[in-house]
Write a protein that binds this ligand. Structure first.
Ligand code: URA
Ligand code: SF4
Length: 218
């Protein structure tokens, strides 16, 4: 089989840049090697003009099987925090920086591996298009991979979590840790409380009239 190599997702973008067209095109992406072993592309999901967009790392085992983002254990932590912060999960757009599950087989299990910088870069065109089309007021960055994809190298979520970072116009990023870090923490209650505090900061940001007018004009 010919090697496609890490040429990136750009060459797989559809002519018409709409979310449904992007989703269909991403299902055939071979922009890096990760498509080979994964079950399917897990594209973003949710409301096309959501106020809140949440960006994770990559699908996990269950997301890979079901084809939807954040439906496994990390998703349950996220669901709880969204609920407790007063954000309706059905009113957000959820996605990942990298659209295929990366893993190492170990017996019958598949152990999650973090994406490399090259894989994050290869996959970025999909995320860029999702950001452009959804154009959320608040983008919640979940962990280092999403921060790398959206804010570049050098940004440390552990140091800047809970900050409100300007994106464009009145839109902002709010970075926090990944919900799976909450599950791995020694003190899970504390880690969850800190995570929830960041999500509440995002939940408390209210749209300015100028931006609302622009959004409803589309
Ligand atoms: N972790 C992520 O970053 N994304 C998912 O969709 C699931 C787990
Ligand atoms: Fe394409 Fe991203 Fe999957 Fe790589 S991880 S094959 S760039 S969709």
């Amino acid at each position: 089989m010919a090697t496609v190599g890490n040429k990136g997702a750009d060459q797989f973008l559809p002519a018409k840049l709409t979310l449904p067209a992007l989703r269909a095109a991403a299902s055939r992406c071979q922009g890096c090697e990760l498509y080979r072993d994964a079950t399917q592309t897990v594209f973003g999901d949710g409301i096309p003009d959501a106020r809140f967009m949440l960006v994770g790392e990559e699908p996990g085992d269950q997301e890979d099987k079901r084809g939807e983002p954040f439906v496994g254990p990390a998703g349950h932590v996220l669901d709880r925090a969204l609920r407790e912060a007063g954000i309706d999960r059905s009113a957000v757009y959820l996605t990942n920086a990298v659209k295929h599950f990366k893993f190492e087989p170990r017996g019958k299990r598949r152990i999650h591996r973090p994406p490399t910088v090259a894989e994050i870069e290869a996959c970025r065109p999909w995320l860029e298009q999702e950001m452009r089309l959804v154009d959320p007021e608040v983008t919640i960055i979940l962990g280092a991979t999403a921060a790398r994809a959206l804010l570049g190298p050098g940004f440390k979520v552990t140091e800047q979590r809970g900050e409100v970072i300007p994106r464009e116009g009145d839109a902002v990023y709010v970075p926090t840790v990944h919900p799976s870090a909450v599950l791995r923490a020694d003190d899970r209650d504390k880690a969850y409380a800190d995570f929830l505090a960041d999500i509440k900061i995002a939940a408390g940001i209210h749209g300015k009239p100028a931006r609302k007018a622009r959004r409803s004009a589309r």
